[in-house]
Design a protein around this ligand. Structure first.
Ligand SMILES: NC(=O)c1ccc[n+]([C@@H]2O[C@H](COP(=O)([O-])OP(=O)(O)OC[C@H]3O[C@@H](n4cnc5c(N)ncnc54)[C@H](O)[C@@H]3O)[C@@H](O)[C@H]2O)c1
Length: 394
C-alpha cells in the first residue's frame, strides 16, 4: 500500500496532510509513503525530514498520484474551490482519497470525484463518537482556529487583554464575548482567559454552559427555548428566523459591552445564522473587534466580508477563512495524526477494507465504484438512495 502526499495547492494554504512523524505509524501498518517535493516546506517540515523517515520524494505531482493507492490531502477538490479541479484527471478507479471535501456544501464536486472511480472519504463527516475522537480533523482545525482568532483580536484591539495594576494606574481587562461554544469557541475562551481577559460566552446547546464555566468563562443566560437545540450527533439544530431575531435582541446588550466578539455559530450543512446585525455593530465602542469564524459559511455578523478585514462604524470585522492554515506546523501535526489513525482503521492486513457495518467508515465514505454513495450527499444531489453496497475491498 502506497500513500501519496501531494503538495496543497489552494492559494495561501500552508498545511500538509502528513508530517514525517506519522510515517513510522503507516510503515508499521504496511504502507510506504511518497511525498511531492516541498509538500511540507511551508508548514516547517522540509523534504529531508521525510527522507529521514524513509519516505520517497518525487518532483512531479502526477507521479505522486500515479504511485499512490491512497492519496492524503488537506483540501481536496470541493474544499479547494480554486485549484482542486486540476487533480481530477490524476485520480483513478479504486484509488482512495482522504481529506476535506466539503461534501454538504458542494455536493456537485463530490459527483465529479465519483466519476473518476476513486474511493473518497470526507473527513468532515467523521461521526462525533468517542471512538472517532482521535480521527476528528474538524475538531483539530477548529482548535487551531479558535486559538488564532483570539490572537488576531488581541493584536487588533487597541487595548491590552489583562488587568494590570501599575504605577501609571490600573488597566481594566478586555471583555471578550464568544458566541458558539463548540470546539473553536471553547479554545477561544481558554486562550482569551490565559491572556487575562474577562470572558462571556453563549451557545444554544445546554451542555455548553458547564464547559464554558469550567474554563473560567461566564455563561450568558438568554431566556430562549433551546430544548430542541441539539441533534443526536451533538451539533446544533437550525432554528427559525423568529428564534434568531429574539437571540439578536437578547445578545445586543452583551455585544455592546464587549471589546472583542468571537463568533463561531454554525449549523452543519446550513448557512450560518446572522446573530450580530449592522445596528449591533454600530452600538459597539469604536476600536472593538469582531472575529467571525463562521465567515466561510456566510458569517454570523451581517457586515462580515468573506475572507476580508473591514472597518465598519469604527469596529474591525475580521472574516478570514482558513485560520488553521496560519499555524501550519501544529495544524498539520494534528491533521496528520487524525487521518493516519483513520486510515489505519480502514486497513485490514495492509489492504483497504470497507466495512460498512462500521459507523466511522460508513459515515465518511462519499464515493465508490463511480457513484456518490453517501445518503445525505445523494439527497442533496436529488439522487435516489443507493442500493446498499456490499462491504469488501475497495
Ligand atoms: N468525538 C466527539 O465526541 C466530539 C468531537 C467533536 C465535537 N464534539 C461535540 O460536538 C459539539 C459541536 O461541536 P463543533 O464545535 O464542531 O460545532 P460546530 O462547529 O458545528 O458549531 C459551533 C458551535 O456553534 C453553536 N451554535 C449554533 N447555532 C448557534 C446559535 N444560534 N447561537 C449560539 N451558538 C450556536 C453550536 O451549538 C456549536 O457549539 C460540541 O458539543 C462538541 O463538544 C464531540
Amino acid at each position: 500500500m502506497i500513500v501519496g502526499i501531494p503538495k496543497e495547492t489552494f492559494p495561501g494554504e500552508q498545511r500538509v496532510a502528513l508530517v514525517p512523524a506519522a510515517i513510522p505509524i503507516l510503515a508499521k501498518a504496511g504502507c510506504e509513503v511518497v511525498v511531492e517535493a516541498g509538500a511540507g516546506a511551508a508548514a516547517g517540515y522540509p523534504d529531508t525530514a521525510y527522507i529521514e523517515k524513509r519516505a520517497t520524494i518525487v518532483s512531479a505531482r502526477a507521479e505522486v498520484f500515479r504511485a499512490a493507492n491512497a492519496v492524503f490531502q488537506v483540501l481536496c477538490h470541493g474544499a479547494n474551490d480554486k485549484t482542486g479541479r486540476a487533480d481530477l484527471p490524476l485520480l483513478r478507479p479504486d484509488q482512495a482519497l482522504i481529506g476535506f471535501l466539503r461534501p454538504l456544501a458542494s455536493p456537485a464536486t463530490v459527483q465529479e470525484i465519483a466519476a473518476t472511480g476513486a474511493v473518497a472519504f470526507a473527513v468532515e463527516l467523521m461521526p462525533r463518537i468517542t471512538r472517532a475522537q482521535s480521527m476528528d480533523a474538524l475538531s483539530s482545525m477548529s482548535t487551531v482556529a479558535g486559538y488564532k482568532a483570539v490572537l488576531l483580536a488581541a493584536v487588533t484591539v487597541p487595548r491590552m487583554f489583562p488587568m494590570l495594576m501599575t504605577a501609571a494606574g490600573t488597566i481594566t481587562p478586555a471583555r471578550v464575548l464568544v458566541v458558539g461554544a463548540g470546539v473553536a469557541g471553547l479554545q477561544a475562551i481558554a486562550t482569551a482567559r490565559r491572556l487575562g481577559a474577562v470572558v462571556s460566552a453563549y451557545d444554544v446547546r445546554a451542555a455548553a454552559k458547564e464547559q464554558v464555566q469550567s474554563l473560567g468563562g461566564r455563561f450568558v443566560e438568554l431566556p430562549l427555548d433551546t430544548a430542541d437545540a441539539e441533534d443526536a450527533g451533538g451539533y446544533a439544530r437550525a432554528q427559525d428566523e423568529a428564534f434568531y431575531r429574539r437571540q439578536r435582541e437578547l445578545l445586543g446588550r452583551v455585544v455592546a459591552e464587549s471589546d472583542v466578539v468571537i463568533t463561531t455559530a454554525v449549523v452543519p450543512g446550513k448557512k450560518s445564522p446572522v446573530l450580530i446585525t449592522a445596528d449591533m455593530v454600530a452600538g459597539m465602542t469604536a476600536g472593538s473587534v469582531i472575529v467571525d469564524l463562521a465567515a466561510e459559511r456566510g458569517g454570523n455578523c451581517e457586515l462580515t466580508h468573506p475572507n476580508e478585514t473591514v472597518v465598519e462604524h469604527g469596529v474591525t470585522i475580521i472574516g478570514s477563512f482558513n485560520l488553521a492554515s496560519t499555524a501550519p506546523y501544529h495544524a498539520s501535526q494534528m491533521y496528520s495524526r487524525n487521518i493516519t489513525t483513520f486510515f489505519v482503521h480502514l486497513l485490514r492486513e495492509g489492504k483497504l477494507r470497507l466495512d460498512l457495518e462500521d459507523e466511522i467508515t460508513r459515515e465518511t465514505l462519499v464515493t465508490r465504484g463511480g457513484e456518490v454513495v453517501h445518503p445525505r450527499v445523494r439527497e442533496l444531489l436529488s439522487l435516489a438512495p443507493a442500493a446498499t453496497a456490499a462491504a469488501g475491498s475497495a
